[in-house]
Design a protein around this ligand. Structure first.
Ligand code: PXP
Length: 243
């Protein structure tokens, strides 16, 4: 059965707007799991702009499916991951200034550092996935690091603004997925996926899991707003009717 990992970083982004305690990523993870999420994904960024160390520790205690920690290969973050022991680590490139992860990890260009990080995490029993562009060369290098999984970066596919470009991108993703499967790797995909483009990419049978964040959180805000307003309006009215 194809799986869905839900990235809840932006629950913490909303919390950080007021630097308070709500909304709590642990509550959000519980709701996602109850709704059928197969894993909970969070990115512990070097600048801790949304998810922080305490969130990851609390999620480690509460997540019942699989905790997938997105992380850079920065030694400080790798130390944190080895302490927290998520079920899975997804290695991503990270730049301070970026709004979100831009592009896949250059496994070829950083081969030794990636290979050493993979080995260190695996020694602690953590499954490792590498987030890479749909390139066969990168997939081959990913295999050589010893990682058992790849997550194919779907950002370019998601940003395609013509049918022709989308078809080209989907071709690359399909080829990359087939290549990774031929090496015996598990294949995941994510970044920029939404309720429309999932209809196209879901046809690639080699992809076992989609990791999706932003579009789900946006949809939750829109479809949840009606109930949130009604609840508040009822509270205000109740106060008036009871004195
Ligand atoms: N997969 C990876 C490796 C990511 O870095 C992200 C963004 O944090 C996602 C999936 C989810 O992307 P989006 O929020 O655009 O759905």
């Amino acid at each position: 059965m194809v799986k869905l990992g839900v990235n809840i970083d932006h629950i913490a982004s909303v919390r950080q707007l007021r630097r308070g305690t709500a909304p709590d990523p642990v509550d959000a993870a519980r709701i996602c799991e109850k709704a059928g999420a197969d894993s909970i994904v969070v990115h512990l960024r070097e600048d801790r702009r949304h998810i922080n160390d305490a969130d990851v520790a609390a999620l480690r205690e509460s997540v019942r499916t699989r905790l997938n920690l997105e992380m850079s290969i920065d030694p400080g973050i790798v130390d944190a991951a080895c302490r927290i022991k998520p079920d899975q680590a997804t290695l991503v490139p990270e730049k301070r200034q970026e709004l979100t992860t831009e592009g896949g990890l250059d496994v070829i260009g950083n081969f030794k550092a990636v290979r050493d990080t993979v080995a260190r995490l695996q020694k602690d029993g953590i499954r490792v996935s590498l987030f890479i562009d749909p390139s066969k060369k990168q997939i081959r290098a990913a295999k050589e690091t010893g990682a058992s999984c790849v997550e194919i970066h779907t950002g370019e596919f998601a940003a395609a603004d013509s049918y022709k470009e989308q078809t080209y991108c989907i071709g690359l993703i399909r080829e990359a997925a087939l290549c990774a499967r031929s090496f015996g790797m598990k294949v995941f995909a994510g970044h920029g996926l939404d309720y429309e483009n999932i209809l196209v990419i879901r046809k690639i049978k080699e992809i076992e899991e989609y990791n999706i964040g932003y579009s789900i959180i946006c949809r939750a805000l829109i479809i949840g707003l009606d109930r949130a307003v009604r609840e508040m309006k009822n509270r205000i009215r109740e106060g008036r009717t009871h004195g």
